[in-house]
Every structure is written in C-alpha cells, then in structure tokens.
Design a protein around this ligand. Sequence first.
Ligand SMILES: [Zn+2]
Length: 322
Amino acid sequence: MRYIVPVRNNRLVFIAILVLACVGSAGLVGCAERDGIEPPIFDRARAFGLLKRQVDLGPRCPGSEGHSKGAEVIVNALKPYADSVRTQDFTLKLDGRDVKLKNIVAHFNPKARRWVLLAAHWDTRPIADYEVIAENRKRPIPGANDGASGVAVLLELARLFKERAPKVGVVMVFFDCEDYPGSMFAGSKRFAEALPESASLDGKPIRIDYGILLDMVGDKDLRIPKEGESRKNAPDLVDTIWKTARELGYERHFPNEFGSSIHDDHIELIKAGVKCVDLIDFDYGPWHTLGDTVDKCSAESLGVVGEVVARVIYSEKENPGD
Ligand SMILES: [Zn+2]
C-alpha cells in the first residue's frame, strides 16, 4: 500500500519541518552561547556514602591503622575513574617517631592543555583539643566534616569527570598531615614545594590555572562565606564560584559575605604561585571535638558544594578567552 499525502498535509509537513528547523537552530544558537558542558548529575547519596566509608575506618590520624586504610580507600575509589593515580610518599618525625605520610595525586582528562587543581586534606586530627573534659582532649577526632567531607566530594567528582570529560584537565590532590599539631599543613607544604614535579603527569609538567580547596564542607547547616586569603589572592575565582552558586540557587549556602582569613592548605599553594580559593565553613560547633561525627553532616551539603564545583569546572573552556 502506498500512502499518498494530500497536498494540504504536505504543506503542514513543510510548515512543521520549518518550525522544527527554527526551534532546532535556535536551540543550537542557545547552546553555543552557553559556556562549556552540562555537568553529569552529582550523586549526593554516593558522596555521603563515601564520607561514611571513611569515618567507619576510625580516625585517620597519621600513624594510626585508620590512616593506612584511609589512603587505600581513596586510591581504590579513584582507580576506576582517574587516568592516573599515584602517591607522594614522605616520612616525618611526629611526636618523636617516624611516621609515613602520603599525598594522593590523580589526573583526569590527560590531553588537556590547561588544568584546574582540586584539593582536600584526608587526614584527621589526633587530638580533640576543643573537648570540654580534659581526658577526652587526648583522643583523636572522628573527622566526619574535618577530613572526610572534602574527600567525599572529590571522590564523587572523580566519577563525574570519567562519565563526561570537562574541557580542562583536573588534577586532584588529597593532602596528608593537614591537622597534626606541630606539623600542620605538612602534606600541602611538601606538595607545593615540589611543584611542578609533584603535579606532573607522566613526568611532564602541567599548567595549573588555579586551585579550589575543600575543607569542612559537610556541615548540615552549610554556610560558606568568602574566605579572606582567597579574596586577596584569587578575587576573580571567588566571584566566579559565588556567582555560579547563586545561579544554581545556593545563595543561602554561599552567602555574599566576607569570611575571616583562615590558615589552611591553600596558603601553601598560593605561596608556590597557584592562585587558590578555600571553600570552608568554619562555623562548625563540633570542630576538633569527638562530636565531629556523620550525623552532623548531610548529603545535601556535599551535593551543594559538589554541584557548584562541577559547574565551575565544566564551564571552563579549552583555552581561556576562547
Ligand atoms: Zn581540623
């Protein structure tokens, strides 16, 4: 059977095609005007599971059993998604004994010409010095927010970068020994001092445009003001991140407020010439106490930070100014 389209219908088909073509091209123009690539969905529940997974190991303070297991968990969580994973190993004398430490470095999108560095510390504090009862102050903190939260967001972002490659390369660094009294920021110091070698890919240096550090981003009541050193050293990047957060409807969590200056791992990167923003919610009641537990954190908070960082990365172009 042959179906003969009546003339009138032919005209309708023609009009329909014309309309579709217009809508289609308008859509294309719209796409071209938008920056970058649509990020894949950030799985909040998975990120929260990764936070829990770390806390379940017990404290990850240098020299502890949880510490060596913690590094393993991170490396194994990265392997299916990263193009390369390696560790930067070093030994430090902590409280009179030699302790093995490691920064974990992973690369995504190895052919990229420019790179963004994403970082978080993975170790936890060996003492709960803000505990009220003196006896408790000697115990290590669980580090759900202060340690596990930033790592969890990065590990879920790793899955996104594998699912859909951004236009820029991403080098992720998980710093060790951020929170050891007397040797604070030892991991980031070691990494920053050894740049560009410490961030290199297959022995070749990479061009890092900027860095974003995540620290204490899991608080249920998430509020990240614009940290002082970030504003001073990377004002444009601060603007971009907070503008992105506003566009996503997260102004409540990224208020347009000036936070105080915080000594954190980003300072070491800044000293080494990498402009870097620290996303940190320093207003956290259980900070450096035994109460820094999973129930104080939420999947939603990890999701907010993850989505904002993802949007920033996926909006990047291959070459700045393109
Ligand atoms: Zn801390």
